[in-house]
Design a binder for this molecule. Structure first.
Ligand code: CMP
Length: 149
C-alpha cells in the first residue's frame, strides 16, 4: 500500500551539517520526498506535534530542543512508507539503535536523535497537517521507481 509519512530532521543534525547524508539515505531507499522545507518550529507546531508527551517530565526540554535551531520537515511517500521510514531511522534511543540505521550510525542520544518519523498512518496524517498545507504536496514519478520497489 502506498502511504505518506511525516519526517523531520532535527536541530542536532542541522547544526552538525549532516542533513544531506540523512536525506541521501531516504532517497537511496527508494522513498519519494513529496514535500520539504527548512523551518523554525513554532510554539504552536511543537505543542501539537508533541501533544502525547505533554505530561512527560522531558516535555519542556523536548520543546525547547526542537525550537533551538532550524529543522527540515518532509512529506515522504512510498510503499509502506510509515514502517519503512521507522526501520530506516532506528530505535528512539540512539544508543540502542542498530548500526545501519540513521540513529544507529549518527547518534548516541535519546533526545538529540537526528530524525523523527511518524509511528502510524494515523499519526502521519496528523503530523503532516501540522507542517504542510492542503494541496502543497507534490506529485511526480521517480524514474527508478520500478527498480527500487
Ligand atoms: P521522537 O520519537 O522523534 O519524538 C518524541 C521524542 O521525545 C523522541 O523522539 C525522543 O527524542 C524524545 N524522548 C523520548 N523519551 C525521552 C526521554 N526519556 N528523555 C528525553 N527525550 C525523550
Amino acid at each position: 500500500m502506498i502511504e505518506r509519512t511525516f519526517s523531520m530532521i532535527k536541530p542536532d543534525a542541522v547544526l552538525r551539517g549532516i542533513v544531506g547524508e540523512v536525506i541521501a539515505r531516504i532517497e537511496r531507499k527508494g522513498l519519494k520526498i513529496v514535500g520539504m522545507r527548512m523551518i523554525r518550529v513554532s510554539e504552536d507546531q511543537a505543542s501539537r506535534l508533541y501533544a502525547v508527551h505533554r505530561e512527560k517530565p522531558f516535555y519542556g526540554e523536548l520543546v525547547s530542543f526542537i525550537r533551538s535551531a532550524p529543522v527540515v520537515v518532509m512529506a515522504i511517500e512510498g510503499e509502506s512508507a510509515v514502517s519503512v521510514m521507522r526501520r530506516l531511522i532506528g530505535s528512539t534511543d540512539a544508543k540502542e539503535a542498530s548500526p545501519g540505521t540513521v540513529r544507529g550510525d549518527f547518534s548516541c542520544s535519546k533526545s538529540m536523535n537526528v530524525i523523527h518519523a511518524s509511528d502510524s498512518v494515523e499519526n502521519a496524517q496528523k503530523e503532516l497537517a501540522i507542517f504542510f498545507g492542503e494541496g502543497e504536496l507534490l506529485s511526480y514519478e521517480r524514474l527508478d521507481a520500478k527498480w527500487v520497489t
